[in-house]
Design a protein around this ligand. Sequence first.
Ligand SMILES: *[C@@H]1O[C@H](CO)[C@@H](O)[C@H](O)[C@H]1NC(C)=O
Ligand SMILES: *[C@@H]1O[C@H](CO)[C@@H](O)[C@H](O)[C@H]1NC(C)=O
Ligand SMILES: *[C@@H]1O[C@H](CO)[C@@H](O)[C@H](O)[C@H]1NC(C)=O
Length: 831
Amino acid sequence: MSLKIMEFLSFMVAFVVLRLSLSRTTLASLATIRPSEFMRDNTTLVSTEGLFELGFFSPGSSKNHYLGIWYKNISVQTVVWVANRCEPISDSSGSLTIDDTGNLVLYGQNKRVVWSTNSTKQAREPLVQLLDNGNLVLRDEKDENTENYLWESFDYLTDTNLPGSKFGWDLRRGLERRLSAWKSWDDPCDGDLTYGIELDEQHHTYPQLIIRKGSAKFCRVGSWNGVSFSGHPNARRADSLFDYGFVYNDDEVYYVYDLKGKSVISKLVKNEKSVISRVVMNQTRSVLQLLVWIESKKIWETNSSVPKDECDVYGICGANSVCVTTNNPVCQCLKRFKPHNQENWKEMSWSEGCVRNNPLSCHDKEKDGFIRFSNLKVPDTEYTWVNKSMDLEECRVKCLSNCSCMAYTNLDIREKGSGCVLWFGDLFDIREFQLGGQDLYIRMSASEIVNHEKVRTDRKVKVERALIITAIIVGLVGGMFLVGFYIRRRRYSYDKTQDEDLELPLFDMHTISTATNNFSENNKLGEGGFGPVYKGSLEEGQEIAVKRLSMCSGQGVDEFKNEIKLIAKLQHRNLVKIFGYCIHREDKLLIYEYMPNKSLDYFIFDERQSRLILWPKRFEIICGIAKGILYLHHDSRLRIIHRDLKASNVLLDEAMIPKISDFGLARTFGGDQIEGNTNKVVGTYGYMAPEYAFNGLFSIKSDVFSFGILMIEIVSGKKGRGFYDENSSLNLIGLAWTLMKEGNAFKLVDKCLLEDPYNNMEEALRCIHIGLLCVQQNSIDRPNMSSVILMLSGERVLPQPKPPAYFADTDLWKGDHSLSCNTCITDVEPR
Ligand SMILES: *[C@@H]1O[C@H](CO)[C@@H](O)[C@H](O)[C@H]1NC(C)=O
Ligand SMILES: *[C@@H]1O[C@H](CO)[C@@H](O)[C@H](O)[C@H]1NC(C)=O
Ligand SMILES: *[C@@H]1O[C@H](CO)[C@@H](O)[C@H](O)[C@H]1NC(C)=O
């Protein structure tokens, strides 16, 4: 009983507090403050166009009074600046005025000075004004230059950085603009989480953005490389709401962000009159967030935040290692380095980091060299040296000349790259990205370079082989005048030919039958397109997946062999690897690598499993699938149209790297053929492009269509087949299209992603947008895979999609249309 009363009382208190805070906004307000005018606790100062308001407030449940700036028209009180952060006034006696010296002064009880500005220049007619960008300024009314401030609050940031405000150093004044989080919701005094641009006293190191917890580095956003911050290579994207700038000269080192031009914004954010945004250090969640106000929902939505995944945590992998979110575990030594302590490393205790396999031979300068590493966030720049005018070659020479120089790269990666950064000592806090990132040249001993060259040569063998063969022919025609030469080449070419004949292993039926326990039901992994799949284990312990092809086409054994050999030549990180094949009477089997994490559908459509792949992973999966398809379409020697892309055909390895399966089985092409016509429609309802499903016309664009569906499925966690709006019977694409038109695409994003602090809403919305571009009705309008990849990386402005195929035409989806599937290799599975 008493509990009920308590609850009621606390509700009443909350209600009264709410009423009080609401009524405060209707207090008398000023436009400016001049000498001898006072702004008291019950008054506010309103910005020039009414966006911001300066006044007294009490944070959270505190009864203390603070002078601060907040948004006037936002219903959730959001304070962006506080004057007396650590000097609260305990009652409503506070008042703000301009004193005799022309400074802004805040008085507390008994006229005690609680806070004041300390401008050394005295104004003839001082005036205080709050600008509409949230900057509180003290200026001289007599000064014709209205932007000549004697003091401004933008120079003394608290926990918030507003658009257009400089963040960083004014070296001439020795002024650092840095953020520090509040201690708690009730106390705006500086907490231990801070964020700033760091450089050494002589300003010779490469400046970098660092979040610290106390004195320890907590997260490194990284250095500006001319395009973006090294730790956020995809931040500056064409569809981003924001523009970023970095100024780095002898007088100033600062970073500033602002909204892009209005026209871009109205395109990107529908139904929002203007975009209100802020960057804030959030003490309770230990993150730096870029937030955007969504008026329709009355909330601050996270546009992006750091740290955004475990690899963003400073130095998680120790020295000379690299963090890769798609790897499991995420830490690995840089190539040619090994764990300092093998045992601890295995137990995922990475703090001791890695050491070189082979020590550097610095004494003999000629012998060291460099190996290039790509797609990186470059290491911590605390011990670096920069020169803006050197080029990459000068940079290399400079690094080689100093034994403690470990790595170098360009300062600015735009165009061909310019400037030079050198790193000294161990390399810390490197990560590798799927897309974007920059190159880093790491010093290696001569022996490593030789090995590296050898590996590179092996990779180039294909090209070189052609050259060698040509050389031999020329040699033969030329009359073999150098016998020794001829013999050597002859041996070489012999080795290489062997290499070429290294064929896909032919397994015998007995081996496979034993491995799969005689194709037992227990070993059955599932029924894919083209037949059932079994798990098997070879005698050596190697795990395999065996696909038993149900081929009743007229294809002969030789044709089948040839086809499989061709397919087996397709090798890509995002395609399932084929180990071999087996032909036994009517049975045709394909032996693949085994994927322990099953397929993508098992994760994304399951409420519990879907929590295991949150946004960063999902985005990586999307990018991986895109790269695999790109390879099939454009990069491989054959042009392959998959024709049955869907979630269950995307397998996941132990590190959750996506691998496309069943590629090339439907049909293989010659390199130049990009369209075809078939009367055997293979594919799956819900993923099939209309021109393919109804007319049997397939092209790379019909794969793009399926990829579009798949991408929207991954973002939404909903199946492409199925209806999501009872009233208008919209399917998933229809729903996506409708929500996007309304400017509500965020409603489509999987709930478990929305709840995740690492979610990157901007990326998720971009994926939905690209997905809709991929499923446009007319195949000509759909982008090809290379454009899709550029769009994913944000390097391309996204056009507005035209209406998608089947967007509410439910009949087309339900009916059994005349799919002329005349064989059993179809996989039409109306679920
Ligand atoms: C006053 O000036 C000093 C140095 O010039 C500076 O450190 C301090 O933060 C300033 N105080 C305020 C309230 O602006
Ligand atoms: C930077 O490099 C240029 C060109 O090599 C050189 O002229 C200049 O003196 C260097 N600056 C510093 C500070 O070393
Ligand atoms: C190498 O670079 C380090 C760091 O800048 C410097 O302290 C050292 O004097 C340099 N050594 C030589 C031989 O130039």
